[in-house]
Design a protein around this ligand. Structure first.
Ligand code: NCD
Length: 312
């Protein structure tokens, strides 16, 4: 069981809960991989997704997770919903809540939106990305991928490269991985490093891609979040690729068994070279599979005890 009603970020989730989610996700992965993807863990329960921002992997994987556990779901198409008639986030959420929804998955371009509104609904709220703040289930699936490739998180070195400033994925990974005992090596353009990043737990700032990748057990590329950027933060895509991109030669400087991670969507030949995306060390497709397993685990664990829900 998880302590909180909602999963809004990893900053306040204790290590034991992260461990529990990853253990349950390991079991859920067996269902994802089985020929009959049916389990009873969400039977009689419902999920709604509310995505104010684009998504391919996250939204679909929540839908698959729900289906594989026997639940029902509804995905609100924000573009064709009453949001365009001026309905507020709170009213939209309360409407979805009133359908009897057990889990609401929300993504919004503004940091803090799930945190502000979750206390106003009975449903368990899962943050599927709020602005530049957090994206907890992405970091959990990244951690599941690491767990499946390495004996322990203790002393593991994970290099995170590129647009750190706008990346909720980087932030959630730093909170989560540091609790598990890993070191996070950070490198990106000065203009794309958030202030205070060096003070986050277990963070080691690097001066080049080479320094970050050398000796790393995992290398994570990040998309340039152009939709969150003011102009002039990078000279050009080509320049960025030359100075901050990862190709197979660069990846060869990492440890022998190192894996390549990326939350997707990848912009090939920008943060990662075209070929490195599909190289033997790439775990990018495995991350997608793990995304379904992690979301099954989180939805199952959040709704296992509905005591909190009925107390509201
Ligand atoms: C990420 C996100 O939305 O923060 N994508 C995802 O959820 N897999 C990263 C990105 O959009 O670049």
């Amino acid at each position: 069981m998880l302590k909180n009603k909602d999963l809004l970020g990893l900053k306040n989730v204790p290590k034991e809960e992260i461990q529990l989610i990853l253990e349950v996700a390991d079991e859920m992965k067996k269902i994802v991989r089985s020929p009959h993807k049916k389990s009873p863990y969400f039977v009689g329960k419902s999920m709604a997704t509310l995505f104010y921002e684009n998504s391919t992997r996250t939204k679909s994987s929540f839908e698959f997770a729900c289906s594989y556990m026997g639940g029902v779901f509804s995905s609100l198409n924000v573009a064709t919903s009453s949001v365009n008639k001026g309905e507020s986030i709170l009213d939209t959420l309360k409407t979805i809540d009133s359908f009897g929804t057990d889990v609401i998955v929300i993504r919004h371009s503004m940091s803090g939106v799930p945190h502000v509104y979750a206390p106003h609904v009975k449903a368990h709220v899962i943050n599927a990305g709020d602005g530049t703040n957090e994206h907890p289930t992405q970091a959990l699936l990244d951690m599941l991928t690491l767990k499946q490739n390495f004996d322990s998180f203790d002393g593991l070195q994970v290099a995170i490269l590129g647009d750190i400033k706008h990346s909720r994925v980087a932030r959630s990974n730093i909170w989560g991985l540091s609790k598990m005992g890993a070191t996070i090596k950070i490198f990106g353009p000065e203009t794309l490093l958030p202030t205070g990043i060096e003070k986050m737990p277990n963070v080691k700032m690097c001066k080049s891609v080479k320094e970050a990748v050398k000796g790393a057990d995992a290398v994570m590329g990040l998309r340039l979040q152009l939709e969150r950027m003011t102009k002039g933060l990078i000279p050009s895509m080509g320049e960025f690729n030359k100075k901050f991109g990862v190709d197979e030669d660069m990846l060869s400087l990492a440890n022998k068994n190192a894996i390549l991670l990326h939350p997707g969507p990848v912009n090939r030949n920008v943060e990662l070279s075209y070929d490195v995306v599909d190289c033997n060390q790439s775990a990018i497709n495995e991350q997608v599979t793990n995304g379904v397993a992690v979301r099954m685990a989180v939805m199952y664990l959040l709704t296992r005890d509905n005591k909190i829900r009925s107390e509201i």
